[in-house]
Design a protein around this ligand. Structure first.
Ligand code: IPM
Ligand code: MG
Length: 367
């Protein structure tokens, strides 16, 4: 009997449930087409979990995630929780699951599809052919450094966080980035702020040390402010970018706009070998679009493709999703965020139907 892959589905808040539904549609199409089996089990996270159980990541969700072959997450957060104690805000649920599953490596591919070039705010010659993989450290750095807080110092309120990296934490993310670069165009750019931050000086030292084991990879270092500028000036110079948690958060949002929309940026968060990985779009929960059947589900659908590739070793199935997405775009269907003249505007659910429909009708006899 073939294996049934257990997927923990955490739709979350805002548009999360709508986009996740399109991902599941797509995975069901893959299942039908290729004869692979998925079992979906839903759990609560973020605001949805706060409403039901008073905490952003209930133990039951964590157990479900740990007992699954992969986690498929929508998005979390809503303005209505902005006034909550920071310790139980929806974002805490996301940070906690990343930490608990040891998801230290966040892969965010920014790929410009030819059919979407005109959706980018940049010129065609700047973005045509862009294919960047951002490797963001996800379980350390300033997001998790202690001590942190707001306290009274010298008679006034003072806020503080700590950007902390241990050598071992830098080494494992950098090694993974080199491995990824070896399978791509063999170029790696490490982004830091070593002209100002001590933690970045250590980062750079470790990168240099790891680089000695990868002589074929062309390595360069870039300060984060320059990297932000270079991504807009000439994005084609980048192949793989490796960086810390907060710089990666910022640069990945920026890189998404090269592709035309934040709605196109998928992501995979990986643990050490054998650990459960998590897949989610890089964008947020967009509460103002909740329930409107309006937003772009492609980042979520492409995150499912990453799940097939990285967690289940299903390369041809992942490729089928990618081809189906490209074909639907070629056919001229667009959600509002990537709408172009002469194209047909569709909603979230119809985009999901079109992509899953394409998968079902594909002919793989020769592939
Ligand atoms: C992301 C998001 C999260 C982050 C937030 C929601 C905590 O912006 O996944 O990029 O900062 O990591
Ligand atoms: Mg972000």
């Amino acid at each position: 009997m073939s294996k049934t892959y257990k997927i923990a589905v955490l739709p979350g808040d805002g548009i999360g449930p709508e986009i996740i539904a399109q991902g599941i549609k797509t995975l069901n199409a893959v299942s039908e087409k290729f004869g692979v089996d998925f079992e979906f089990n839903e759990g609560l996270i973020g605001g949805a979990a706060i409403d039901a159980e008073g905490v952003p990541l209930p133990d039951s969700t964590l157990e479900l995630a740990k007992g699954s072959d992969a986690v498929y997450l929508g998005a979390i957060g809503d303005w209505k929780y902005d006034t909550l104690d920071p310790a139980i805000r929806p974002e805490r649920g996301l940070l906690k699951i990343r930490k608990e599953l040891n998801l230290f490596a966040n892969l965010r591919p920014a790929v410009v599809y030819d059919d979407l070039i005109s959706s980018s705010t940049l010129k065609e010659e700047a973005v045509k052919g862009v294919d960047i993989m951002i490797v963001r450290e996800l379980t350390s750095g300033i997001y998790f450094g202690e001590p942190k807080g707001i306290e009274e110092r010298d008679g006034e309120k003072t806020g503080f966080n700590n950007m902390i990296y241990k050598e071992s934490e830098i080494e494992r993310i950098v090694r993974l980035a080199f491995d990824i670069a070896m399978k791509r165009r063999k170029k790696l750019c490490s982004v830091d702020k070593a002209n100002v931050l001590d933690v970045s000086r250590l980062w750079r030292e470790v990168v240099e040390r790891v680089a000695a084991g990868f002589p074929e990879v062309e390595l360069n270092h870039m300060y984060v402010d320059n990297a932000a500028m270079q991504l807009i000036r000439n994005p084609k110079q980048f192949d793989v970018i490796v960086t810390g948690n907060m710089f990666g958060d910022i640069l990945s949002d920026e890189a998404s706009m090269l592709t035309g929309s934040l709605g196109m940026l998928a992501s995979a968060s990986l643990s050490t070998k054998g650990g459960t990985a998590m897949y989610e779009p890089s964008h947020g929960s967009a509460p103002k679009y909740k329930g409107l059947d309006k937003v772009n589900p492609i980042a979520t659908i492409m995150s499912a493709a990453m799940m097939l590739k990285y967690s289940f070793n299903m390369d041809k199935e992942a490729d089928a999703i990618d081809r189906a997405v490209q074909q639907v775009l070629k056919d001229g269907y667009r959600t509002y965020d990537i709408m172009n003249e002469g194209c047909t505007r569709v909603g979230t659910s119809q985009m999901g139907d079109l992509i899953s429909g394409k998968i079902k009708e594909m002919n793989f006899a020769l592939s």
